[in-house]
Design a protein around this ligand. Structure first.
Ligand SMILES: Cc1cc2nc3c(=O)[nH]c(=O)nc-3n(C[C@H](O)[C@H](O)[C@H](O)COP(=O)(O)OP(=O)(O)OC[C@H]3O[C@@H](n4cnc5c(N)ncnc54)[C@H](O)[C@@H]3O)c2cc1C
Length: 417
């Protein structure tokens, strides 16, 4: 037997699994096809590495809309606070930012990757980079090793598949692992892009009217074909040359993908509430008051500061209000229409950028066939899964990395036992 445990993939889940298995005293081999480990980790959180999130566990689970509830058992063994403690023990101090996001105080993702690699070296885990696994070997109804792309085989007691999803392939996550899981009898749920910018063919997008404009803290919603809200996220967004992007958009994106699939739609309606903390009627009254108080001022001037200027002018145009109109000339109906647009500007979107451009892959190895306390395959003895290869996906904000580290911990400990 060459090794006790072979771990395929050196992303956050595989690095954590290597440490956990190494700490159990197992002879561990970590294989990655790239020339460096932790490539995606190093670009996460804008290159600062959003290692985890400090919200309470229930909130973390809510922020993992793709099967977060599967992680309840795992969190009872190793959770976000344990991740924070784990990094502090490795000498990486973390700091909390908005929405509970945790970053290294160095603001450098590489410091996180280096700390993990130092621990892996201490534990004498064998590392092979530039080594692609071609398949996982199963013999006599159990896992027996791996076959490399160069044709060599390596034997072991357990294999941990930590090879990631299918997004951002230049980091090595190219979906290689799904067939290995299928060969062991696992179901792969349909793959789709999540946390991904949204595309639109609306004229105002095509003519780049709003390109580059950011809206802060707006309410962005996805509507069903009957016009009912499926989901709303209150965060920032930005208009791009192909559609919309930014935190609120990334969070809404999977609901657009799912709505298009569910109702076989070519387009989905989204709406922007640019003043989510003010009710429409109150806004209407406020606008009326402003027009009364400044009857001779142009609308453009009296509404200055209500919204970012480009968006204000855009909505005035949508309401067919000439920006040079003075307050006294503006009819009550027009004011009402403008208030409505501020609260509920609807537009069509027609999809998202492709899976390769998504921050996270939706779908993957069905969680129904994985033991929630050990990450062991229910289909094949000696096989374990962790990280994004599983059908688990969270919002950006440290939730995916948390899931990768937690499932990696469990897979490592249990594969080594
Ligand atoms: C730009 C960007 C920003 C992100 N920001 C955040 C964020 O702020 N918060 C958050 O929670 N998540 C974020 N994510 C998502 C997060 O980085 C991933 O969910 C996480 O890295 C998944 O970890 P993993 O260990 O499962 O897989 P990966 O990190 O994808 O690692 C998989 C590894 O497996 C290796 N591999 C694949 N196939 C083979 C093979 N055949 N042989 C050998 N090795 C193989 C790959 O080379 C790779 O190193 C971001 C993602 C991107 C792309």
């Amino acid at each position: 037997m060459d090794y006790d445990v072979i771990i395929i993939g050196g992303g956050p889940s595989g690095l954590m699994a290597s440490i956990a298995a190494g700490e159990q005293g197992a002879r561990v081999l970590l294989i990655d096809k790239g020339d460096k480990l932790g490539r995606k980790l190093a670009i996460s959180g804008g290159g600062r590495c959003n290692v985890t999130n400090r919200l309470p566990v229930d909130e973390i689970i809510k922020h993992i809309p793709g099967n977060g509830r599967f992680l309840y058992s795992a969190f009872s063994i190793f959770n976000n606070e344990d991740i924070i403690q784990f990094f502090e023990n490795l000498g990486i101090q973390l700091k909390e930012e908005d929405h509970g996001r945790m970053f290294p105080v160095t603001d450098k993702a590489q410091s996180v990757v280096d700390a993990l690699l130092t621990r892996i070296a201490e534990l004498k885990v064998t590392i092979r980079v530039n080594t692609a696994v071609a398949k996982v070997l199963y013999e006599n109804g159990r896992t027996s090793g791996v076959k490399l792309r160069d044709g060599k085989t390596l034997s072991c007691r357990s294999v941990i598949i930590a090879a990631g999803g299918s997004s951002v392939p230049h980091t090595g996550s190219t979906g290689d692992a799904y067939p290995w899981a299928e060969q062991a009898g696992h179901t792969i749920t349909e793959l789709y892009p999540t946390e991904v910018p949204i595309t639109s063919k609306e004229a105002f997008i095509k003519d780049k009217k709003l390109q580059g404009l950011s809206l802060r803290d707006i309410g962005l919603s996805v509507l069903n074909p009957k016009g009912k809200t499926i989901i709303t996220h209150q965060m920032d967004m930005i208009f791009t040359h192909f559609g919309i992007s930014g935190p609120a958009v990334l969070r809404c994106s999977q609901y657009v993908v799912k709505a298009m699939k569910k109702w076989k739609l070519d387009e989905v309606v989204m709406t922007i509430d640019s003043l989510p903390d003010t009710k429409e009627e109150a806004l209407f009254q406020k606008l009326n008051q402003i027009m009364k108080e400044h009857p001779k001022k142009t609308v453009k001037n009296s509404l200055k500061g209500l919204l970012p200027e480009r968006y204000l002018l855009f909505l005035l145009e949508q309401a067919n209000i000439d920006e040079e109109t003075v307050g006294a000339q503006l009819s009550s109906e027009k004011i009402r229409l403008f208030a409505k647009l501020c609260k509920d500007f609807r537009f069509h979107v027609n999809g998202t950028l492709p899976l390769e451009k998504a921050f996270v892959t939706g779908g993957g190895v069905s969680i129904k066939e994985v033991e929630p306390k050990t990450m062991a395959s229910k289909k094949m003895p000696g096989l374990y899964f962790c990280g994004e290869v599983l059908d688990i996906h969270g919002y950006t904000g440290g939730y995916n990395i948390t899931s990768a580290l937690v499932t990696g911990r469990l897979a490592g400990v249990n594969a080594a036992r």
